[in-house]
Design a protein around this ligand. Structure first.
Ligand SMILES: C[S@@+](CC[C@H](N)C(=O)[O-])C[C@H]1O[C@@H](n2cnc3c(N)ncnc32)[C@H](O)[C@@H]1O
Length: 282
């Protein structure tokens, strides 16, 4: 399919040359050789660098980066700063989600060769649901980053007595946020990666690596499409399939330590996956 699309795109450009050049001339032979080499290179790139395909796919799906981000902000202006708001229509899944996350996290923190338990960063934190139920029971302190000021303003109230263990609040979009170097044992990115374009997610993952302490781990938890990349126009987010996520992760230089599908969610829900990643060792 990709070959066909590329071929069609360039066919019209080359058509004139194909038609007008004398078929026995040296120029025609050269022209054909260049054409062949071009398609071979293109296919090689598609295979080796799936982002070539991703950029094209994503730009088609989101229909303009500025609008994509503006629409998400617009959507969240109407979302209440509550657990219900953070969970959309699925508040009843919050306990199951949190339980699985805690179990998953335990595999990577505390103990020799594992991440420490000093400080975690909660990305796209909203009111701090993950900080409260998953991170604060493990880490001495947390920091939260979210684009919505009103969600962050609700955090101290929502954390009910644990708010003094929040070191920093960053009211920033992840595409503009750079974690401070070597600061975090764990960087948790849940239900927010779909609000970033491929390019911005890739660059964010690269910046996050610099924010990790030794043995630090990045955990990404999100909805995962069964195939391809689809747009949810309601909240202006994309859902990527695992292959696309793997491509971005690999390109960022991270290595996947473990990935698990969230269990216990209803069958009709989009599958949710947890991926733990570390700076690449390969
Ligand atoms: C579905 S909620 C999830 C909140 C939290 N991670 C949780 O699991 O409870 C998505 C959150 O991502 C935030 N968000 C969306 N796009 C963002 C962006 N580009 N940068 C930072 N935060 C973003 C929203 O403001 C919202 O708080």
């Amino acid at each position: 399919m990709a070959y066909k699309a590329a071929h069609l795109a360039f066919k019209s450009r080359w058509h004139k040359t194909d038609e007008e050049l004398c078929r026995h001339s040296m120029s025609f032979v050269l022209h054909k050789a260049i054409q062949n080499d071009f398609f071979k290179c293109y296919l090689y790139l598609l295979e080796k660098l799936p982002l070539v395909k991703l950029y094209a796919l994503t730009s088609q799906v989101i229909n303009g980066e500025m609008q994509f981000y503006a629409r998400a902000k617009h959507f969240y202006r109407e979302v209440p700063a509550t657990e219900e708001g953070m969970m959309g229509d699925y508040i009843e899944l919050s306990n199951t989600d949190v339980e699985s996350s805690r179990e998953f996290l335990r595999k990577f923190v505390g103990g020799v060769g594992k991440a420490g338990t000093s400080r975690a960063l909660d990305c796209g934190s909203g009111i701090g649901r993950i900080s409260k139920h998953v991170l604060l029971p493990v880490f001495k302190s947390v920091e939260l980053v979210d684009m919505m000021e009103n969600f962050l303003a609700e955090v101290p109230n929502y954390l009910q007595g644990k708010e003094d263990r929040v070191e920093m609040y960053y009211c920033k979009s992840l595409q503009e946020f750079t974690p401070a170097p070597q600061r975090y044992d764990v960087i948790w990115i849940q239900w927010v990666s779909g609000y970033l374009t491929d390019k911005d997610l890739l660059e964010f993952l690269i910046r996050c690596q610099d924010g990790l302490k030794d043995n630090g781990v990045i955990i990404l938890k999100d909805n995962v499409a069964r195939e391809g990349c689809t747009l949810d126009s309601l909240d202006s987010s994309v859902i990527r399939d695992l292959n696309i996520l793997h491509s971005l992760i690999e390109m960022s230089g991270l290595t996947v330590l473990r990935e698990e599908r969230q269990e216990g969610f209803p069958e009709q829900c989009v599958p949710v996956w947890m991926l733990a990643m570390q700076k690449g060792h390969s």
